[in-house]
Structure formats: C-alpha cells, structure tokens
Design a protein. Structure first.
Length: 102
C-alpha cells in the first residue's frame, strides 16, 4: 500500500496559512487552526520541520537538516517528509510558495 505524499520539488517552499498559529512547547509542536478551532500536536521531528516552514526555506534544506540532525537515511527522511507535508497541506495548515516568488 502506498502512503499519500508529495513529489518533493527541492525548490518548493512552504509557509503557514494566515489562519494558523504555531508554537514549539518543549520538544513538541502545537498548531492552532483558528478558523476550524482545532489544535494539532506534532512530535519532535514534526516540530523541527514546522520550525523550517517559514516561507523562505526550500524543501531541500529541510530534508538535509533532517538527515543530519536525526541520523536517518535520505530515502526514509524524504518519504516521511513527503507524507508529513502532504498531511499538513490536506489539513489546511500550510500552503506552498515557489522559491522564485520570494
């Protein structure tokens, strides 16, 4: 069974949608979807990714950081990042922004 995910274009950049707020609390990430009144919580790895979804950092840099920080092989990190970003997009937390537009 294939997990949903995105094709990770290395130049793609993501940012929080305007109606979402994010804070890191200890090692977890807390995301508030204001419009929906929903709170989402991510683990330490998810919080590390969320910290880099700043509208300026390309996916390639996020992936490189995960590989080095968590000592995970690149294919696993790429698959997991793809699934996580897909889930964030589907839940309305982030939106893509082409690096050329920055």
């Amino acid at each position: 069974m294939n997990e949903p995910g995105l094709h990770l274009d290395s130049d793609l950049v993501f940012r929080l949608r305007p109606d979402c707020r994010y804070r890191k609390v200890v090692d977890e990430g807390v995301i508030l979807r204001q419009t929906e009144g929903e709170v989402l919580v991510s683990n330490r790895v998810g919080a590390t990714v969320m910290d880099r979804l700043d509208g300026a950092t390309p996916v390639a840099a996020i992936l490189d950081g995960l590989v080095s920080q968590f000592e995970v092989d690149r294919p696993t990190a790429e698959r997991d990042l793809s699934v996580f970003l897909h889930d964030l997009l589907q839940s309305g937390v982030i939106e893509p922004r082409p690096a050329a537009d920055i």
